[in-house]
Design a protein around this ligand. Structure first.
Ligand code: GLC
Length: 474
């Protein structure tokens, strides 16, 4: 099958969130199963043309959008040595030095989506199916229908909280009004709506989240719409890229280790403490967090719980991430106040992220909601015990530990309350301090779990087959 992924981000070209990891690694897994998968994404100015030399595929393709007559240049490069990526270049829309902008993304990604469909009309490689990811590309299934192209479509929701919302004025000025379905009686005008309505199949990134979003609590206003497509909605849990995240072969760790040599993890812990300027104490539990710093990730909970735990226990907390300004301030304040206990780094830093996964004892993810979550999967691969809230994909992937640590994968709490997080953290620290042999066995056990893409890639194959069947009626 020929499959085209359309998305706003893909590792290693441009990454802001977890979607980039999925879009960058799932195609390779599908191609191992024999599928011909390619990617199309904006050719952002920030993509390194030295690292990823791109040749011109089509010099100029006209795209009429937002009342402007434009052109794109279609370039072609490769990632992982084998997956073809088409880059849609246009300086006006994608020349900025960042993936996203503060308030201009709607026209940018609408333009991109239109450009994808114009490209499909002229490209000599004709996909059987277009797999769209999140709101940025959610309009593509509708555009494909209207253009008479015969590709089937799949729309995957990585995060329902971002929907690409706009108003009637924008609808008129964008030119979309001509094709907008009159049947759209959902309260808000969003691109995400159209992805859910028009894709042949809809998916999200864990089975549990696929159930949760049918409820008003997690549906972000779209639960009725999602329920109307319940028979075409599936959850498929994300995998991780086993090559990128392998403690046995990770250039960012001082010494590599595997589930049969987990004690060598200690050198990563020492290196991490040194790197972030915390006292090099091997016996103190290090709690790591690599995360977007926003409400989704439970930062408001942490804000209320952190002081209590830091005052009462001998622990170290290492936080890496970027997000909302108020949370940058909060974590920096914490690092100021607890100089010997808390280290903070604001930003993206891949080598440091790897060292946190390898060097921490406990990995913290107290998310309010979590479509899948990748951090907990990576942490387990590195023998770092996750502490998570039971929600979304976290509930699917982190089975709660028994009191003797003999079964389960991590510390799990349920209530979204600071006290629940505090209790879970204190329990984890106590287990670390008092159940050494059981903890070591736990580390070996979670390192041996299989979070590769293999099983999920097969589920995507069946999803694609269902989508094709719907499209062709066969
Ligand atoms: C989004 C979600 C996260 C998911 C990722 C990849 O970032 O918030 O839960 O793992 O997409 O699908």
């Amino acid at each position: 099958m020929k499959i085209l992924f359309a998305a706003a981000e893909a590792v290693p070209l441009a990454k802001v969130g977890g979607m980039a990891d999925v879009v960058g690694s799932l195609p390779a897994a599908l191609s191992r199963l024999g599928e011909d998968v390619r990617l199309i994404m904006p050719g952002y100015g920030i993509i390194s043309r030295d690292k990823f030399p791109a040749e011109t595929e089509i010099e100029s393709i006209p795209v009429e959008a937002m009342g402007r007559k434009d052109n794109i240049r279609l370039k072609k490069t490769k990632i992982n040595g084998k997956i073809t990526v088409y880059l849609v270049e246009n300086d006006h829309y994608f020349g900025q030095p960042s993936v996203y902008t503060d308030n201009w993304d709607l026209p940018r990604f609408l333009f991109f989506s239109m450009a994808v469909v114009e490209t499909l009309k002229v490209l000599d490689w004709r996909p059987d199916l277009v797999h769209c990811h999140d709101w940025h590309t959610a309009i593509i299934p509708l555009l494909i229908k209207k253009s008479g192209l015969d590709a089937a479509t799949v729309f995957t929701i990585h995060n329902l909280a971002y929907q690409g919302q706009f108003d009637r004025d924008f609808l008129a000025s964008s030119g979309l009004e001509k094709i907008w379905p009159v049947s759209d009686n959902y309260p808000r005008l969003t691109l995400m709506n159209q992805g859910i309505l028009n894709a042949d199949m809809v998916s999200t990134v864990s089975e549990n989240y696929a159930r949760e979003i049918l409820t008003d609590e997690f549906g972000e206003g779209l639960a009725p719409l999602l329920r109307s497509r319940q028979n075409s909605l599936v959850g498929i849990v994300n995998g991780i890229d086993g090559g990128e995240y392998d403690p046995g072969n990770d250039p960012h760790l001082p010494r590599n280790y595997t589930s049969s040599s987990p004690r060598d993890k200690a050198s990563s812990k020492a290196a991490l403490q040194l790197k972030v300027n915390l006292p090099q104490k091997p016996g103190v539990p290090v709690i790591g967090m690599v995360s977007r710093l926003d409400e989704q990730k439970g930062l408001d909970l942490l804000e209320k719980a952190a002081g209590h735990v830091l005052d009462s226990a001998d622990i170290q907390l290492v936080i890496l991430g970027k997000g909302r300004e108020e949370y940058h301030k909060f974590v920096n304040r914490l690092a100021e106040k607890y100089r010997d206990k808390v280290a903070v780094s604001i930003g993206f830093n891949n080598p440091l992220a790897h060292l946190i996964y390898g060097g921490s004892d406990i990995f913290l993810m107290p998310s309010r909601f979590e479509p899948c979550g990748l951090g907990q999967l990576i942490a387990m691969r590195y023998g770092t015990v996750p502490l998570v809230r039971r929600t979304g994909g976290l509930a699917d992937t982190v089975l709660p530990l028994s009191a003797d640590l003999a079964s389960g994968h991590g510390f799990v709490f349920q209530e979204y309350r600071p006290e629940a997080l505090t209790t879970a953290l204190q329990g984890a620290v106590k287990a670390y301090e008092t159940q050494k042999p059981a903890w070591e066995a736990l580390v070996r056990r979670i390192m041996s779990l299989d979070f590769s893409w293999d099983a999920s890639a097969k589920k995507y194959q069946s999803l694609y087959a269902r989508a094709l069947k719907k499209k062709t009626g066969k």
